[in-house]
Write a protein that binds this ligand. Structure first.
Ligand code: DUC
Ligand code: ZN
Ligand code: ZN
Ligand code: ZN
Length: 472
């Protein structure tokens, strides 16, 4: 036969176009697009279904050290399995440098965790927590050349927050090497001040997590990060934007011609701070940073997605079990929201939520869905056109969607390592029925058929999105 697989009769959508066509797959690559492609070892009938580039989730956390006694609910096996159930074919978790650790030491540990465990393809962003002269001058530039072409910095968290001086230094390395800087924009001192004040007043329940990180905390840091990047003339990505005020900072920068990109996440579209008010400790299930806001913020985030201010939509999957002393209900978390680990699971729920709330409800069209779910992630982080589109020569990373399939989200559908989903009960229209990585089916009709270890590590190119404007 001419092909290993033909996907026949479906409607193909890319970030640019929607068209009826068959796909011929050979040796893990898309080899032909057209009609009457001939014969194949296997034919997948996609009549009535959408054939889309597999989802790329460029913001997930797996197997991340999360403080004494706290264990992340997903390693690479369950994390990439859950990703596949949600229609994803590539994920980009973080490799976090601990204080006093070299980047190479951190990478060694994450690669060891991931090796042989993955169901979908994986690449790493670095997190720079200790920007020593050695890291900035030697390690980081060498690692960018090795394919680690993006790194995240934090403006908050003990042991993670960089000073403005350190931010500028990291940004300069990014400018010189052509890497993209991702920024967690919240004001560390403002949060510390508010947490201390709330605790002194006895306000320790999970809901006060949101009170301790109000919108100005995020807006100020977003504005400052953009200003620092403008000084250095370097592109940046503001990750997990939760509200309209921070989004406006990004929109204004974009209107000035700055290469400032924005990301938002499902929690900012369908959750609010009210969810943190649950009885007893239930609110801990929704503790993430920045916190979910209100209805107006949800609408603002939709506007950001509709108008292109946000170019990527990621899950920020950062899973902890709820009913577990190593998770949300650790022994200290009842004494204060300060000790509730920050983060919620969502790698499998991301695309069903965006499809259902976005495409099925008419807020975004199918091509924008593909851009936000896959193509822009690949372009932004140096994986395009190998990943993120349906084109001849690209990897055969494909999600086949049934746009009519209705589901009520329950944790059991998502196959992650947590014990709950913050999205329980959401009614979904549109569901991924086949997830294929490089021509091999990983999930079909709710069954895992892929092989653990088939998921490969991807060294990445430098992204054109990360090239400076060369103003100076
Ligand atoms: N930032 C993230 O990106 N994920 C989880 C927690 C956080 O602060
Ligand atoms: Zn963050
Ligand atoms: Zn995150
Ligand atoms: Zn369950």
């Amino acid at each position: 036969p001419s092909f290993d697989t033909i996907i026949r009769g479906g409607t193909v959508a890319t970030a640019a176009d929607t068209f009826a066509c068959d796909i011929g797959i050979r040796d893990g690559l898309i080899a032909a697009l057209g009609r009457d492609l001939g014969d194949a070892d296997r034919v997948i009938d996609a009549t009535g279904l959408l054939v889309l580039p597999g989802g790329i989730d460029s913001h997930v956390h797996f197997a991340q050290p999360s403080g004494p006694g706290i264990v992340m609910a997903d390693g690479f096996e369950s994390g990439t399995r859950s990703a596949a159930f949600g229609g994803n074919t590539t994920v980009l978790p973080f490799c976090v440098q601990q204080k006093g650790q070299t980047l190479r030491e951190a990478l060694k540990a994450y690669h060891a965790e991931a090796h042989g465990q993955c169901y979908v393809d994986v690449s790493f962003h670095l997190v720079i927590a200790d920007p020593t002269d050695q890291v900035l001058g030697q390690e980081l530039p060498a690692l960018v050349e090795d394919g680690y072409t993006s790194f995240k910095v934090f403006m908050t968290y003990e042991g993670m927050a960089l000073s403005d001086m350190e931010m500028l230094q990291v940004m300069s390395v990014a400018r010189r090497t052509g890497a993209l800087v991702m920024i967690h924009a919240e004001n560390f001192d403002a949060i510390r001040f508010l947490v201390d004040k709330l605790e002194r007043e006895g306000h320790v329940a999970p809901r006060y997590h949101a009170v301790s990180r109000p919108i100005p905390v995020e807006r100020e840091a977003t504005h400052r990060a953009i200003s620092l990047a403008e000084l250095v003339d370097v592109p940046i990505m503001i990750v997990h934007v939760s509200n309209g005020e921070a989004m406006e900072e990004i929109r204004r920068a974009q209107a000035k011609g700055l290469k400032v990109y924005g990301e938002t996440c499902p929690q900012y579209l369908v959750l609010t701070e009210k969810d943190l008010e649950g009885l007893n400790m239930e609110g801990a299930k929704y503790v993430c940073s920045p916190p979910p806001r209100d209805k107006d913020s949800q609408e603002a985030c939709w506007r950001g997605l509709e108008t292109g201010v946000f170019s990527v939509f990621s899950s920020d999957h950062c899973p902890f079990r709820y009913d577990d002393p190593a998770g949300k209900l650790n022994p200290k978390s009842r004494t204060s929201f300060r000790w509730v680990p920050n983060g919620i699971p969502g790698v499998a729920a991301r695309l069903p939520i965006l499809f259902s709330e976005g495409v099925s409800k008419g807020r975004i069209d199918l091509n924008r869905f593909v851009a936000l779910s896959a193509t822009n992630h690949a372009k932004t982080y140096g994986l395009y056109p190998r990943k993120g589109t349906i084109a001849i020569g690209s990897d055969a990373d494909i999600a086949i969607w049934d746009p009519e399939r209705r589901r009520t989200l329950t944790h059991d559908l998502l196959k992650d390592g947590s014990d709950y989903t913050p999205y329980e009960g959401i009614e979904i229209t549109g569901w991924p029925v086949v997830t294929m990585v490089r021509g091999r089916i990983v999930v079909q009709d709710g069954e895992l058929v892929g092989e653990k270890g088939f998921g490969a590590y991807l060294a990445r190119e430098k992204s054109p999105y990360a090239a400076p404007r060369r103003e100076f």
